[in-house]
Design a binder for this molecule. Structure first.
Ligand code: NAD
Ligand code: GLY
Length: 359
């Protein structure tokens, strides 16, 4: 097992990465302070992993909520089922919520924990690659609004993150690829040697090679932990973690939540951001081709869905990075170096969209 620390003063916490972690009750128990726990999971993950987690919690006042599966259920309406169960079972402020699942379960559980009785503890047990390398770390929690992705939420850090790489063995291949998109992101934004490592090892990663996945998770979390530690609430540098997300969120919202996976939308978004970076004179066209090739090797889409330029631009204007009406984008100054800029012209964004096939 590898342990990493997210360094945030009195909100610091460990990330445990390794095999068979769900069979080690003490790992979880040491981070539960009160006598009450509520596990949130979904109908797909419950039959696979809930019993293991329930056994680890023997002797505590135990509640569970099994949510419907899917991004389309990441809503305020479905979220209230968590509050309902907490109140029915009389959970108090010393309770601990445990998120067992992918990013949807993690984001919703985290937001329930941030808001129930103005904030209680929670623990992340991420079971998808995407949640192990990204969403479980850093304390962003929330739900979608029909008009914008992740628009309702809060920053709320977990007590710990337990990433058991065994859980990836049951993950569908398409979901594994979606997680690899966020892994590639770290190489692009801040870790050029990691990007080269991914080029060498992509074939093994898509075949779910466990040692390679463990290495990719560790290096991704190291990068994320470093960025989060320097800018917890995204007043600056943390925005680089959103490479491709402004385009990606527009795709997810336009297509209807759940039709394009988050990682798939981010993959196309990163390629659009790379194209735009080349237009700014920062990347070479060979770099853009290299990114496209790596995404394709990871079985990720590289062409946006059918959407008009106008629809793209109007959805991008709802992005959380928009400040005083100006669109801010994360682009690449070079391979392994991100830049946050509001200097991009609408004409260049349109040119990138049109070149990629958007009408
Ligand atoms: P997800 O939570 O929908 O999980 C993907 C699918 O895999 C679901 O059907 C799920 O039931 C299933 N699944 C989960 N674990 C499994 C396992 N071990 N075996 C078999 N099936 C399993 O999607 P995701 O990709 O994990 O997360 C995407 C979400 O994360 C989006 O809502 C996105 O906005 C959010 N996100 C948040 C942050 C953040 O910083 N908070 C960062 C990135 C993404
Ligand atoms: N996934 C973006 C962030 O955590 O800031």
């Amino acid at each position: 097992m590898q342990t990493l620390n997210v360094d945030l003063g009195d909100r610091s916490y460990p990330i445990y990465i390794g095999e068979d972690l769900l069979t080690q009750p003490e790992l979880l128990r040491q981070h539960i302070q009160g006598r009450q726990v509520l596990v949130v999971t979904n109908e797909t993950i419950a039959p696979l992993y809930l019993e293991q987690v329930r056994q680890s919690l023997a002797g505590l006042q135990y509640s569970e909520v099994i949510l419907p599966d899917g991004e389309q259920h990441k809503t305020l309406g479905v979220l209230s089922r968590i509050y309902d169960q907490l109140l029915i079972d009389k959970h108090n402020r010393t309770t601990t919520l445990i998120a067992l699942g992918g990013g949807v379960v993690g984001d919703m559980t985290g937001y329930a924990a941030a808001s129930y009785q103005r904030g209680v503890n929670f623990i992340q047990i991420p079971t998808t690659l995407l949640s192990q390398v990204d969403s479980s770390v850093g304390g962003k929690t929330g739900v979608n609004h029909p008009l914008g992705k992740n628009m309702i939420g809060a920053f709320h850090q977990p007590q710990c993150v337990i990433a058991d790489t065994n859980s990836l063995l049951t993950l569908p291949a398409r979901e594994l690829s979606a997680g690899i998109a966020e892994v590639i992101k770290y190489g692009l934004i801040c870790d050029a040697p990691f990007y080269s490592w991914l080029q060498e090892n992509m074939a093994g990663l898509v075949q779910c090679d466990k040692p390679l996945l463990a290495e990719a998770i560790l290096r991704s979390c190291e990068n994320k932990a470093k960025v989060v530690a320097s800018d917890e609430r995204e007043s600056g540098i943390r925005a680089i973690l959103n490479l491709g997300h402004t385009f990606g969120h527009a795709i997810e919202t336009a297509q209807g939540y759940g039709n394009w996976l988050h990682g798939e939308a981010v993959a196309v978004g990163m390629l659009l951001a790379a194209d735009l970076s080349a237009r700014m004179g920062w990347l070479q066209s060979a770099d853009v081709l290299s990114i496209k090739g790596l995404l394709e090797q990871a079985n990720l889409p590289v062409v946006p869905p059918t959407m008009s330029c106008e629809q793209f631009l109007s959805l991008m204007a709802v992005d959380k990075k928009v400040l005083d009406g100006r669109l801010r984008l994360v682009l690449l100054k070079s391979m392994g170096e991100a830049i946050i800029t509001s200097e991009v012209s609408e004409a260049d964004v349109r040119a990138t969209l049109v070149t990629s096939g958007v009408a």
